[in-house]
Write a protein that binds this ligand. Structure first.
Ligand SMILES: [Zn+2]
Length: 156
């Protein structure tokens, strides 16, 4: 299987690239406040690389910094998954969607609060919010270990 590289997707869209770099930077600053700036920088670049090339780069970097521990796998999945969800949302907005369906993976691990949102329609930006389609502060894939995804609605 060939991976899509960051050159393919990010470098052809400077705004998406900059937004994603900004998202990763904020995410790492928020979730790793207790390490020095150099280590945070290492995590940021490993994450940018790892969201496309697989999670190995991210996992290795975290292990180098923190040593092996039981949260490593989950931290790695989050560092890969949250930026991907951010990018999906970005691309759906760029495609012109105003609304989206919240989709869960519909297995037993889906948290109750997201199960309630499954299949419902929401505004993708606050300015599109209506009574029937409210805007949520969270979006599919934005929360810790969330595997939900956003399905953009383009014909409304
Ligand atoms: Zn979820």
């Amino acid at each position: 299987m060939e991976y899509v590289t960051e050159n393919d997707l990010l470098n052809e869209n400077p705004d998406l690239y900059n937004s994603t770099v900004g998202f990763i930077s904020d995410y790492v600053n928020k979730h790793f406040p207790n390490i020095n700036a150099d280590k945070r920088k290492m995590i940021k670049s490993a994450t940018l690389e790892g969201i496309f090339s697989g999670s190995k780069t991210i996992g290795k970097t975290l292990e180098n910094i923190f040593g092996y521990h039981s949260n490593l796998y989950q931290m790695t999945l989050d560092l890969q998954g949250r930026p991907l969800a951010f990018m999906t949302r970005y691309k759906i907005i760029a495609a012109g969607a105003k609304y989206y369906y919240w989709r869960t993976v519909e297995d037993t691990k889906v948290r109750a609060s997201h199960k309630k949102l499954n299949g419902k329609r929401f505004a993708i930006l606050p300015k599109y919010a209506t009574k029937k389609c409210p805007y949520l502060q969270i979006y599919p894939g934005s929360e810790h270990s969330c595997r939900c995804f956003m399905e953009g609605i383009l014909n409304v």
